[in-house]
Design a protein around this ligand. Structure first.
Ligand code: FES
Length: 107
C-alpha cells in the first residue's frame, strides 16, 4: 500500500492508503477526497484532476507526460512548476508518503 496525503487549498489534510498501480486522481475519487473531479476518467481530456505535487516529491513523480502541458492550460486554477494532472501520476512503492496539494477550484 502507498500512503498518500492530500492537502486542500484551505489547509485541510486527508490521508489515505492506496494500491500501487493506481493513480493519484483515481485514489482520491475512490476515497471521497474533495478537490479532485476527474471528469474524463483519466484519459487526459479535462484537467479537472489538476494538482500540485509537494516540492519535496516533485522529482520523484517525474516529468509531465506528452500532452499534459496542453491540457493543464485549461485548468481552472493557477499553474505552478509542480502542476500535474493527477491521473497521470501512477502510484508506486517509491511514492509511499507522497504529498499532493489541491488547487482552489477544478471547474
Ligand atoms: S481526469 Fe481528466 S485529465 Fe485527468
Amino acid at each position: 500500500m502507498v500512503k498518500l496525503t492530500y492537502i486542500a487549498a484551505d489547509g485541510g489534510r486527508t490521508e489515505i492508503q492506496a494500491e500501487a498501480g493506481d493513480n493519484v486522481m483515481h485514489a482520491a475519487i475512490a476515497h471521497d477526497v474533495d478537490g479532485i473531479v476527474g471528469e474524463c476518467g483519466g484519459s487526459m481530456m479535462c484537467a479537472t484532476c489538476h494538482c500540485y505535487v509537494d516540492d519535496e516529491w516533485a522529482a520523484r513523480t517525474g516529468e509531465r507526460h506528452d500532452g499534459e502541458d496542453d491540457m493543464l492550460e485549461c485548468a481552472a486554477s493557477e499553474l505552478r512548476p509542480t502542476s500535474r494532472l493527477s491521473c497521470q501520476i501512477k502510484l508506486t512503492d517509491d511514492l509511499d508518503g507522497l504529498v499532493i496539494h489541491l488547487p482552489e477550484a477544478q471547474i
